[in-house]
Design a protein around this ligand. Structure first.
Ligand code: SAH
Length: 282
């Protein structure tokens, strides 16, 4: 269970008893099996990336952490993150595999990169956050529901991480962001990561993207008081929309279009997302 405070993830206490370090390169290769002593959700895991190391000489590297941290250490941290997700009940292997591949540290500011593999929501600027890995996994697995996904829509690109993970489980990803600088940064990142199947759009996602509808899945990464009607209208038959709903108290909801005019709604866990806003911020 997740109460709102834990969900936000930003205030993770520092009294960690688990420390990941570059020493992890000594560990045996991790698998997707549950770990013998699973780290609890939102645990106080602390990661040490050897940040005292000198920066790469060029200084021009787009992803400073990648330039100064052995790639092996990052991939071990991703393995640990995915093991935790599995232990916490995320069983969709396609989603876990996509998260295992995607370098989450490249989606956050350099100063926060050492925390990129914690189950924490981290600030990405403009008052917004990157969602916790567990929530990203849960939303995508719920939206997918074991199906092959053709076209999917995300509302709230933010840093682009969830869109990039979606690219690992869907043929085409459309993601809308209303804050121009976030949209531009995410576009640069996804170009760098060579994810041409993701199309980012600057706009108000509450209207969806009627020109590209219908969508097999729609994921909303910001909370409105109600799921926008326009988004439900853009769901394909048997399609699923997953969104946080509410104000101070929010719940994750899933709405499935079971027939042209019939939608079945289920409430999942308590969550805490940034608000869904209207209009575009230039
Ligand atoms: N998907 C991100 C989470 C981003 S946080 C991830 O991978 O972690 C939610 C984002 O939704 C913010 O960037 C915010 O600016 C954006 N947002 C809020 N309301 C929106 C709207 N109406 N249309 C598009 N984006 C919106």
């Amino acid at each position: 269970m997740h109460d709102a405070r834990r969900q936000k993830g930003g205030a993770t206490p520092a009294n960690s008893n688990t420390r990941l370090s570059t020493g992890l390169v000594q560990r045996a290769p991790a698998r997707l099996a549950p770990t013998p002593a699973p780290t609890p959700t939102n645990s106080n895991t602390r990661m040490s990336l050897g940040l005292g190391r000198p920066l790469a000489e060029s200084g021009a590297a787009p992803w400073p952490l990648a330039s100064r941290t052995p790639a092996i250490a990052e991939s071990r941290m991703r393995e640990r993150m995915v093991e935790r997700l599995h232990a916490e009940g995320i069983r969709d292997k396609r989603v876990l595999a996509a998260m295992l591949r995607m370098p989450r540290h490249m989606f956050v500011d350099e100063a926060l990169a050492s925390r990129a593999y914690e189950n924490a929501a981290l600030p990405i600027g403009y008052g917004q956050t990157i969602s916790q890995p567990r929530i990203v996994a849960r939303m995508i697995a719920t939206a997918r529901n074991g199906r092959e996904l053709g076209r999917v829509l995300e509302v709230g690109t933010g840093c682009g991480y969830q869109a990039a993970v979606l690219a690992g489980v869907a043929r085409e990803v459309y993601s809308i962001e209303r804050v121009r600088p976030l949209h531009e940064q995410a576009s640069a990142r996804l170009r760098m990561l060579r994810l041409p199947q993701v199309r980012l759009i600057l706009g108000d996602g509450t209207r969806g993207l009627p020109a590209f509808a219908p969508f097999d899945a729609i994921i909303v990464a910001a909370a409105g008081l109600h799921v926008p009607q326009a988004l439900l209208a853009q769901l394909a038959l048997s399609g699923r929309l997953v969104a946080p709903e509410g104000g101070a108290e929010q719940r994750l909801v899933v709405v499935e279009r079971v027939a042209a005019e019939r939608f079945v709604r289920t409430e999942l866990e308590a969550v805490r997302f940034v608000p869904l806003q209207t209009g575009v911020q230039l």
